[in-house]
Design a protein around this ligand. Structure first.
Ligand SMILES: Cc1ncc(COP(=O)(O)O)c(C=O)c1O
Length: 393
């Protein structure tokens, strides 16, 4: 049995974040006294309706949207599904083609696959070695049949940020709609939907210190899509089902906090991230930082440790109280090599030796020191057991 480490260090904030105390406080009344259904017309219903309106304003405020442009969903996955299927299935036309990238989250790739199975055509854009999409590739991929372009704002594994404004403009020049999965970017970099010119944008609450199981799709005013969940017509007929009131309230508060702290977050977390990268590079030989050195979200550090298996690394780190990840929490369960790193042209060795460390506001320089110390020991230990030990010792 593994002995439990004295103190745990959480470096997997891209997978999920701790729920802020202020968020929990804001949610509690909606689990206790204010339990009404927002569709009811009595006092209890009016109270929860008011709470939804207020949360909608808070979420909209974080991305410079209007409250009526926010549709609450069960999270980032549903927001992506709603954006993609909702657009492609709306008023079936001659436009049966969409463009996305080869490094999207499964929440985008899987609905694309299901559309392909139904006869739609999907083009997957390639990326460079640091995970960037070339705008000229999008120009070449769009055709008069293209209805939708869906490109993620920031990648969940390597943290690379795409030139969304430029990509959205190209889509629009060709009469296509533009969606971005901004789940890893919202609350970490300034996002203004008007300035970006996007039609649809996905957000998830649990990546920004809100509760899990709630998120939103921004839908530009006047833009029409089909619902994918049918029923009582909640959320402007676009997402039926009694609203997850307490979670939506928590999500709203998390957005308000994220908006207020954004300049501090960017400065504090990116400084800690740079310190982490420098320490790893100084203390651990034969490692490489992956993703863009400049266009990356503040909280992401992604490495390849040559001669080491990333899964073994995570298990060893966990035994020492450090929570890290090889990349997407969702594809870990599928036990398949990262499609993102594959698309970036990585060899099998580069993929299997990869590790993502993602930071949050709660992390400290002392935690980074301790984590790097343990990481250096563990990497050395695993390399000494590896058949390639002479190459990397
Ligand atoms: C880029 C990206 N999109 C979508 C999702 C899915 O969001 P949720 O967990 O809220 O369904 C994630 C979650 O990791 C993500 O990183």
């Amino acid at each position: 049995m593994t002995s439990v480490p004295a103190e745990r260090i959480y470096l997997d904030n891209a997978a999920s974040t701790p729920v802020a105390d202020e968020v929990i406080q804001e949610m509690l009344p909606f689990l206790k006294q204010q339990y009404g259904n927002p569709s009811s017309i009595h006092y209890y219903g009016r109270e929860t309706t008011r709470a939804l309106q207020s949360a909608r304003k808070q979420v909209a405020g974080l991305i410079n949207a209007k409250p009526n442009e926010i549709i609450f969903t069960s999270g980032g996955t549903e927001a992506d599904n709603l954006a993609i299927k909702g657009t492609m299935l709306y008023k079936p036309s001659t436009r049966m083609h969409m463009v996305t990238s080869s490094i999207e989250h499964d929440a985008v790739l899987e609905p694309c696959k299901s559309l392909e199975a139904a006869g739609y055509k999907v083009t997957y854009l390639a990326v460079s070695g640091d995970g960037m999409i070339k705008p000229s590739d999008l120009k070449d991929a769009v055709t008069p049949e293209t209805k939708l372009v869906s490109i993620m704002y920031a990648n969940n594994e390597v943290g690379t940020i795409q030139p969304i404004r430029e990509l959205a403009a190209i889509a629009h020049e060709h009469g296509a709609v533009f969606h971005t999965d901004a789940v890893q970017a919202v609350g970490k970099v300034p996002i203004d939907v008007r300035e970006l010119g996007v039609d649809l944008l996905s957000i998830s609450s649990h990546k920004i210190n809100g509760p899990k199981g709630v998120g939103a799709l921004y839908i530009r005013q006047g833009f029409k899509i089909d619902p994918i969940i049918h029923g009582g017509g909640q959320e402007s007929l676009l997402r039926s089902g009694t609203e997850n009131v307490h979670s939506i309230v928590g999500f709203g508060k998390a957005c308000e906090i994220a908006g207020k702290r954004l300049p501090v977050y960017q400065q504090q977390v990116s400084r800690l991230r740079d310190y982490l990268i420098k320490s790893v590079q100084e203390k651990i030989p034969h490692c490489r930082l992956n993703g863009s050195a400049t266009n990356r979200i503040p909280n992401n550090a992604h490495f390849t440790f040559f001669g080491v298996n990333g899964e073994d690394l995570i298990i060893k780190l966990d035994e020492n109280g450090i929570a890290a990840s090889t990349g997407s929490a969702c594809s870990v369960k599928k036990q398949k090599p990262s499609h993102v790193l594959k698309a970036m042209g990585f060899s099998y060795e580069e993929i299997t030796g990869s590790l993502r460390l993602s930071l949050g506001m709660q992390n400290t320089a002392e935690e980074v020191d301790r984590a790097v110390e343990v990481l250096a020991q563990v990497v050395q230990e695993l390399r000494s057991l590896s058949p390639f030990k002479s190459k990397y010792s």
